[in-house]
Design a protein around this ligand. Structure first.
Ligand SMILES: Cc1cc2nc3c(=O)[nH]c(=O)nc-3n(C[C@H](O)[C@H](O)[C@H](O)COP(=O)(O)OP(=O)(O)OC[C@H]3O[C@@H](n4cnc5c(N)ncnc54)[C@H](O)[C@@H]3O)c2cc1C
Length: 208
């Protein structure tokens, strides 16, 4: 949406028939316009604080750290505004509320400030233990931790990049894949189970 040629969508605009964050006493109807940015270039980080296994890790989110991200969101908010300006919605629009009423979409600094003041996460972190080659990633393409035998990771942490969607369903599929891989390994090891493909969950695609 923000760029000329993309192989995947990078923005997910949303319209909700509610006024986000509005006090209950407001007795008029409205809608909220927002946009999710699906291809952030900023990268967060988690680090161990100590060798204590149960100690909380340090989490650095680093939102909007990469200049590509605020630029994409500025373009996105302008596109949201174009959609609101279309006749179907614009004829219903009486006034803007809250964060958007002081927003000057012609000025990058105004939009940037608005994004930093009111932008929010929708809590879909991935990739803290991403899949990839040894030396550059934590797990291999069978979810095995590089350099540690007998240990697999099976959750959203292994995604090398974030998916173009919510993350719960992909995390469930990763879990199903992991279960299938373990069953295949066990079947190969014990030779007591028949064709391992019979164990493959229906939701899991066959490996190529
Ligand atoms: C507020 C919020 C709203 C969300 N809304 C959506 C949504 O609408 N749609 C969507 O698709 N996704 C949504 N997500 C994202 C989705 O919940 C996650 O992508 C998904 O749950 C990731 O699955 P996971 O298995 O990687 O991690 P989790 O679901 O977080 O599972 C990790 C598990 O490990 C356990 N655990 C942690 N530490 C230890 C330990 N030391 N020992 C033993 N167990 C431990 C935890 O208790 C937890 O059960 C939302 C997330 C949040 C936080």
């Amino acid at each position: 949406m923000c760029c000329d040629r993309l192989d995947r969508g990078d923005l997910a605009p949303q319209r909700e028939p509610i006024i986000s964050g509005t006090p209950a006493e407001r007795d008029f109807s409205g809608w909220s316009a927002s946009v999710s940015y699906l291809r952030p270039a900023s990268r967060g980080e988690t680090r161990l604080r100590s060798s204590d296994l149960v100690a909380p890790t340090a989490i650095y989110r680093n939102y909007l750290n990469h200049p590509k991200d605020p630029a994409a969101l500025i373009a996105a908010l302008r596109r949201v505004d174009q959609i609101d300006a279309m006749p179907g919605l614009n004829s219903l629009l009486v006034r803007r509320l809250a964060s958007s009423e002081n927003l000057n979409l012609t000025k990058d600094r105004s939009v940037d400030g608005n994004i930093r003041a009111f932008g929010n996460t929708i809590n879909h972190p991935v990739g803290t233990s991403k899949m990839g080659g040894a030396g550059e990633a934590v797990v291999d393409n069978l979810l095995r931790v590089h350099g540690v035998s007998g240990l697999r990771l099976a959750d959203a942490a292994i995604m090398p990049t974030i998916v173009s969607s919510d993350t719960n369903a992909p995390a469930i599929i990763i879990g199903a894949m992991a279960a299938w891989m373990i069953m295949v390994d066990n079947a190969a090891g014990s030779r007591t189970v028949g064709s391992s493909t019979l164990l493959k969950p229906a939701c899991v695609p066959s490996p190529r």
